[in-house]
Design a protein around this ligand. Structure first.
Ligand code: HEC
Length: 207
């Protein structure tokens, strides 16, 4: 007698059922676990607490906690100082490359030139509209000021000028300082500073 299709279907569960049941068992096990975690004593966000003295279940960070990547132990790089004095040199991590100077130029033009003007004389558009005029970067005093002093002014501000710590990250502050040094050199450059390769162009007025 030919097997009725239904009979075949009825027999399948004998071995298929095992395969189906195993994952189900695991799933329900997982549920049990999750339920145990769900049932353990815990606070809801911002709930009141009787355990802690200040009555709040939200605990403040332990004093001195430093987020990963924010240790910032390097005084030279992060504060512009060496042994408590403004550093004259750039930090070791900063290589003065063309790329760094171009980055410094871009950041300077965005954040500083509005007041200090593109060449650093202190006659930017904001100053022309009435803001206090800063001292030119080309005075002897500011030409001789330490790199670390510039870092301090950019980070924390100076007199009427606000600090730029939130807008300009440490690497970029050093790039800006390197660029200000090139502006300063540009106003006091001598023939000796002009590279041989472009002297002919300068003499002919092409540069
Ligand atoms: C909104 C205008 C403004 C901007 C933008 C600005 N500065 Fe200044 N800056 C000033 C003024 C004004 C002073 C002088 C403040 C005073 O004497 O009260 C000053 C002073 C300085 C000084 C000299 C401090 C001294 O000893 O005389 C430096 C260096 C300096 N700024 C660098 C920068 C750099 C770098 C940037 C860009 C990251 C910048 N500033 C952006 C207005 C500005």
């Amino acid at each position: 007698m030919a097997r009725h299709p239904q009979t075949r279907w009825k027999r399948l569960p004998l071995w298929v059922a095992m395969g189906l049941a195993m994952p189900l068992l695991f799933l329900s096990g997982g549920c049990e676990l999750r339920k145990k975690m769900y049932d353990q004593p815990r606070y809801k966000t911002y709930a009141e607490s009787e355990f802690f003295e200040d009555g709040s279940s939200a605990r403040p960070l332990v004093e001195g906690t430093v987020p990963r990547g924010f240790l910032r132990e390097d005084d030279h790089f992060y504060r512009g100082t060496v042994n408590g004095e403004f550093a004259r040199e750039l930090p070791d991590q900063i290589d003065v490359t063309e790329e760094l100077l171009l980055r410094g130029k871009e950041r300077y033009q965005i954040f500083c030139s509005v007041c200090h003007d593109p060449a650093g004389y202190g006659n930017g558009m904001v100053v022309q509209r009435g803001f206090k005029e800063p001292e030119s970067f080309h005075t002897d005093r500011l030409r001789q000021a330490a790199n670390g002093y510039y870092y301090e002014v950019i980070s924390n501000g100076f007199g009427m000028m606000a600090g730029y710590a939130y807008q300009v990250k440490p690497e970029d502050r050093w790039a800006i300082i390197a660029y200000i040094r090139t502006l300063q050199l540009s106003q006091y450059a001598t023939w000796d500073h002009v590279p041989e390769s472009v002297r002919a162009d300068v003499e002919a007025g092409r540069l």
